[in-house]
Design a binder for this molecule. Structure first.
Ligand SMILES: *[C@@H]1O[C@H](CO)[C@@H](O)[C@H](O)[C@H]1NC(C)=O
Ligand SMILES: *[C@@H]1O[C@H](CO)[C@@H](O)[C@H](O)[C@H]1NC(C)=O
Ligand SMILES: *[C@@H]1O[C@H](CO)[C@@H](O)[C@H](O)[C@H]1NC(C)=O
Ligand SMILES: *[C@@H]1O[C@H](CO)[C@@H](O)[C@H](O)[C@H]1NC(C)=O
Length: 392
């Protein structure tokens, strides 16, 4: 009896030891490296990062509660073990528009097993720089946070506020999840895309709120296996694939699922946009399902004649091939009469477009309508407005 008990206790001890060693974590608090509330913590953060990154057991860099300033910084791997940055407080960018060499305020780069967490805020202090750089993306203003070449990462419970340019940019990442990320900037702040993804695979955006001045989520060339679930967007320009076809050597977009999202007062709902007179590319296996639209202009939109500010020859058809695209269970209200617009390329008509269970009402007096060109969608369930009732 006693012997059995002793064995049990020993086994339990071993278990506790095992659990505690696998969960051991070295913590590097930036205030131990000289960070002071109200001043620039760049050096303290950089040196905490270097120590944490060199740790052979999992480590954490901690920015505790309080308001700190931070000048542009690149936190770079590879690190010796898993690494987490926990931001409990608020870090504020300086109001000038200095950038890292990657064009950001903060870059996390070349890290495997990375976590960003803590409930804290990244305040880009963008207000004074908005509009100083024209309407296009311009490299002289910093992106709030860049994630470059992250493999296996989780970004959760953080807030990005008033970025000067995009809030979050994802490039060359694989298996990176954003959960409970809150993004806030005013509707009229230019180029403040929420999360832009390019050349990445296995990216998940879940349970997040994004209200900003440009696209909520934008998915650029080379994006594969991306899912956007339970995301609330608005204000902003909606969830967008593209624009595609503007540049040489773009890579295909493949496997995008947007589901269970709500868009409120946005300038577009779910859209795919490609340039006329474009380079050759393709986008396929793109599924939008279970989406609620509240007062959205252009709730459902394929736009293969996307050419803002007449930057292209709109007469030459787009050479981006769109195929296997579905719009299912999309309901709510449109602030423009054309609630569904599927304008495909005359040079490369869309293929395998499926439209099912659509209930969209125009908020004005007339019934909502749809416009289509160069597409013959498969239609199922109740679709209102009727799909492709007139030509675009
Ligand atoms: C898609 O990405 C997820 C990670 O987000 C991964 O688990 C899954 O295996 C990937 N699927 C494909 C087909 O690459
Ligand atoms: C869809 O969203 C609703 C509310 O926003 C949530 O309750 C539900 O669990 C979500 N469903 C899925 C499959 O994520
Ligand atoms: C609907 O959206 C338009 C802009 O697209 C906006 O001006 C208007 O205030 C919104 N209406 C409501 C009720 O939110
Ligand atoms: C589109 O779907 C069809 C039928 O399911 C399939 O045969 C084809 O390979 C798909 N094309 C692409 C580019 O995914």
């Amino acid at each position: 009896m006693m012997k059995g008990m002793a064995k049990f206790v020993v086994a339990k001890l071993v278990l506790v030891l095992l659990v505690s060693t696998t969960r051991a974590l070295s913590v590097f608090d930036v205030t131990k490296e000289g960070a002071k509330i109200g001043s620039d913590i760049n050096q303290a953060l950089t040196s905490s990062w270097s120590k944490a990154c060199a740790s052979t057991i999992p480590s954490k860099v901690l920015i505790p509660k309080g308001i700190f300033l931070l000048s542009p910084v690149t936190l770079e791997g590879p690190c010796k073990a898993a690494i987490e940055v926990e931001v409990q407080g608020t870090v504020k960018a300086l109001t000038n528009s200095k950038v890292t060499k990657e064009g950001s305020w903060i870059t996390f780069q070349r890290i495997e097993h990375f976590t960003l967490s803590g409930g804290g805020t990244f305040d880009g202090q963008g207000a004074k720089t908005w509009g100083t750089c024209g309407n296009n993306f311009c490299k002289t203003l910093p992106i709030n946070i860049r994630f470059d070449f992250i493999i296996k990462g989780l970004v959760h419970n953080i807030k990005s506020l008033n970025s000067k340019q995009f809030h979050i940019n994802v490039l060359g990442c694989n298996d990176l999840t954003f959960q409970r990320v809150n993004i806030i900037a005013p509707a009229d702040s230019p180029n403040t895309d929420g999360i832009h993804i390019g050349r990445s695979s296995g990216i998940n955006i879940i349970d997040s709120n994004i209200g900003t001045g440009d696209d909520c989520v934008s998915i650029g060339d080379g994006s594969k296996n991306i899912s956007v679930t339970n995301v609330k967007c608005g204000p902003g320009h909606g969830i967008s694939i593209g624009s595609l076809g503007k540049f040489e050597k773009e890579e295909p977009v493949l496997g995008i699922t947007v589901k269970n999202c709500t868009l409120t007062n946005t300038d577009n709902g779910v859209r795919i946009k490609t340039w006329p007179a474009s380079t050759v590319n393709s986008a396929s296996m793109i599924h939008f399902e279970n989406i609620i639209m509240n007062n959205v202009s252009n709730p459902i939109l394929i736009d293969q004649v996307y050419c803002p500010w007449n930057q292209c020859n709109a007469k030459v058809p787009s050479r981006v091939k769109l195929s296997n695209i579905s719009f299912k269970r999309i309901r709510g209200t449109s602030s423009t009469p054309v609630a569904m617009k599927l304008v495909c390329s005359s040079g490369m008509p869309c293929q395998g477009v499926e439209v099912a269970d659509i209930q969209l009402k125009y908020l004005g007096k007339e019934p909502a309508k749809s416009e289509c060109s160069n597409v013959k969608p498969m239609i199922s369930g109740v679709v209102n407005p009727p799909a492709c009732s007139s030509k675009a």
